[in-house]
Design a protein around this ligand. Structure first.
Ligand code: ASP
Length: 326
């Protein structure tokens, strides 16, 4: 009998409105969420692990790291076919990408959650959870790495992003498209994800910040991050990877301090390339920043926290970024 381990971390899927405070809190445990499901195949056994029970806005990189390690540990068990993670949607793509980078097993890790509370009549949680469990048990998804299953679709952790604050079809992989559909009892695969290259590490670096540039923005945030002990920085630059003069100054300060900088774009699609002169991307690259292909800023930050945590040299960071993003 195939076994799927469901690791529960909280989020809206486990949330109810608090009677005293009137706000929304994660309170339902994983066993309650699984007990609600009907229609799972009879030959499928589900085991629940309650790791956290919080909104994902309260999770940090150390928790995402602990989660990825726990998923990998469960996947080492020969009786486990795959892992499901229930998680808030706010930072789900970050935890999922962390797992994608770290999990050594080729068995699937499927993240899911909900946009509607566990108490709403039209809640999306049970449907999403049941789809995620069936995906995690499907041997055709071995090698697919970490994924997000939501609203009858599943997406590669690397490519997917939350696009809507409240609608159930929030997760999209704008440029590369979904991996497939969960159409009632059928799982339909449209594409395979980009090949994974798991990074072995026993620690990650949490002091990695993300700075988004805007027209005329200054070096202030770079200075503050350096003064506060940042060990890595990701810049969400304009278009192809250009920045305003103040940010270029900030990137030079990072280079002087030996702090690696990855450059991504604030455009939701496309790759960065150091091609513009006169203070543009070519000067950003000349200042020592590493261009991170089509990775989003938040995914590049996860990658850099893993690479810096693993004690990777500058040359190896460049090589690893090339493998994951080119
Ligand atoms: N809105 C979020 C969710 O869908 C809250 C969180 O990320 O925990 O779960």
């Amino acid at each position: 009998m195939a076994k799927v381990v469901v690791i529960c971390t909280g989020g809206t899927i486990a949330s109810r409105r608090d009677a005293v405070h009137g706000d929304i809190r994660a309170v339902a445990n994983g066993a309650e969420l699984v007990a609600e499901l009907s229609g799972l195949p009879d030959d499928l056994e589900v085991e629940v692990v309650q790791l956290f029970n919080v909104g994902s806005y309260a999770l940090g990189l150390p928790e995402a790291f602990a989660l990825a390690r726990r998923a990998d540990e469960e996947l080492q068990r020969p009786d486990v076919a795959g892992v499901v993670v229930t998680h808030g949607t706010d930072t789900m793509e970050e935890s999922a990408f962390m797992a994608d980078l770290l999990v050594a097993s080729d068995k699937p890790v499927v993240f899911t959650g909900a946009q509607r509370l566990a108490t709403e009549d039209d809640r999306d949680g049970p449907r999403n959870l049941s789809a995620a469990i069936r995906l995690a048990a499907d041997p055709r998804l071995r090698g697919f790495g970490a994924m997000i299953a939501f609203d009858e679709e599943f997406h590669a952790a690397r490519d997917v992003t939350k696009t809507h604050t409240s609608r159930v079809g929030t997760f999209q992989s704008a440029e590369h498209g979904k991996l497939g559909d969960v159409d009632a009892a059928r799982i339909v695969i449209y594409r395979t994800p980009r090949a994974r290259c798991p990074i072995p590490t026993t620690r990650i670096e949490s002091a990695v910040e993300l700075i988004k540039v805007s027209m005329g923005s200054s070096a202030t945030f770079f200075r503050a991050a350096l003064a506060d002990g940042a060990r890595g920085l990701v810049v969400e630059a304009f278009g192809r990877g250009n920045v305003p003069p103040g940010a270029l100054e900030g990137i030079r300060l990072c280079a002087e301090a030996g702090v690696p900088v990855l450059v991504t774009s604030r455009c939701p699609q496309g790759r960065v390339q150091p091609i513009y002169g006169n203070g543009g991307g070519k000067d950003v690259a000349a200042a020592g920043a590493i261009f991170a292909g089509d990775l989003s800023g938040i995914k590049a930050r996860i990658l850099l926290s893993v690479l810096v945590g693993a004690g990777t040299s500058r040359e190896d960071i460049i090589a690893a970024v090339g493998r994951v993003a080119d």
